[in-house]
Design a protein. Sequence first.
Length: 607
Amino acid sequence: MEFRVTNSPFSQEQADLLNRLLPGLTEAQRIWLSGYLAAVPGAAAAAQPGQAPAAIPAANAVVASKEVTVLFGSQTGNSNSLAKKLSNQLKERGFEVTISSMGDFKPNTLKKVQNLLIVVSTHGEGEPPDNAIAFYEFLHSKRAPQLTDTQYSVLALGDSSYEFFCQTGKDFDKRLEELGAKQLAPRVDCDVDFDEPAAEWMNQVLSSLSEAGAAPAAVSGAGAAVVSGVESEYSRTNPFQAEVLENLNLNGRGSERETRHVEISLEGSNLQYEPGDSLGMYPENHPRLVDELIEAMGWNADEPVTVNKNGEKRSLKEALLRVYEITVLTKPLLEQVAKTAPGNALKELLESGREQELRAYLNGRDLLDLVQDYSLKGIPADAFVPLLRKIPARLYSISSSPKAFPDEVHLTVRTVRYEARGRDRYGVCSVQLAERVQPGDTLPIYIQHNPSFKLPENPDTPIIMVGPGTGVAPFRAFLGEREETGAGGKTWLFYGDQHFSTDFLYQVEWQRWLKEGVLTRMDVAFSRDSEEKVYVQHRMLEKSRELYQWLQEGASVYVCGDEKKMAHDVHAALATILEQEGGLSPEEAAEYLIRMQQQKRYQRDVY
């Protein structure tokens, strides 16, 4: 398009200026300019004779202070922390930011949101995290509004070792598009090593908001700097080397299980935590598995390999011990390996129609299995190792109160060992703690805050805690905290394991707290001490009348432990109690539990 004096309201000089300017504008700049002209009274009108045309502002001038809403759905706290980081970046650039958990957000205000940024993890088998369920269901219901005036972007967190990788984020992205929202920046799906892709997504979102004319003036100095993947001192990306103070086996002689109680010093770190938070630890792979893998591939253990984008090099053995994950197979890894693998067998496994076979193969196998099963020996280390993802930190519920144990953090870790396909298998972190960590050693750790699993603000609120096995860990922290603060609320613990005589973790402490009134009541279920297996959900149903009464008194319910079976069984037991004792229908019981979650009276730390 070319402006001509004969068919436009512009003078020749103005037309010449426009014809030089407009062809070089990007699409985003055209949108920005049209928005500016629409917003300035008279700016789009024809220039009057003798008047200078309205000046077009510089690209970084304040046009309008736009609001941005950041919603997060988080089970362990990662989405929450990333949402806060994004919000800080937006505020530093002058945006008015509303940040909220999806569970606290009022869905009926969604239609008013112009800029929506979503950070959400995927839990279990493609399910939303607990604090995102209600918002997820609303958005996918007929009540969801059309969002034609909304622009959005989604950051999805997940784990590629699960079949439904980042599914919740994908669902949100698809649904927002269906409702007419416009994508501000493409969705980014993050694996367990999420720092760099998350930082890139944040930068793209900030850039898109700015280019679209939504950004106020950029803040100079540090505030205007782009997001980097580096966090503050002693964090997920810069762990603290913490000294181990104690490392004990909690199980009695003859137990089929080994549970480590590990006490770690935080002295000098300035790391702070609350009961309900988790400790992240970067583990080392088992030296035996590393040696077997190197031998199977015919590699040289001392060969230097590059381990990051900065070009840092380490010996191959060091890299496989401490940098790369070798105990879990993922579909993305197999797809990359298939490109360099000899023959077509691995490519055939990845063909469409063989999803069930692939799923079965990925389950429980490690990198050594892949190497041996598909004859990968001969692929050079410098070609193979970059295909691996970084070893993720392991998260453990903290089992201590910082008020009871200043400058310390305690863990309760079940050791995982088993035999499969003719080889011994190991839980990476748990066996490291059991076999290769002594008092005086150091471990790279950080605190993972979890605002979705916290004691009630009112210390007089009754609490019901359900934690079989190592799921009892955070409740040791809860009771230690309530003892130190003198909280007056009643407490009820449901605990279970295999045998009373060998597997009653922290038995002496529970008994002391019962005697002193810190723990009001305790019900236990030892599944192997009777002919018929009895679990915590059975004890809950046996005490249904009393438990319902506690709920009516406003008690908060906490569940910690296995997500796949225990947490579902406990949830079902709660629903049954509401139906039997409260006379609710199944639908009403389900709604009751959803309301409890929204009120933060029903919280879960499940894995």
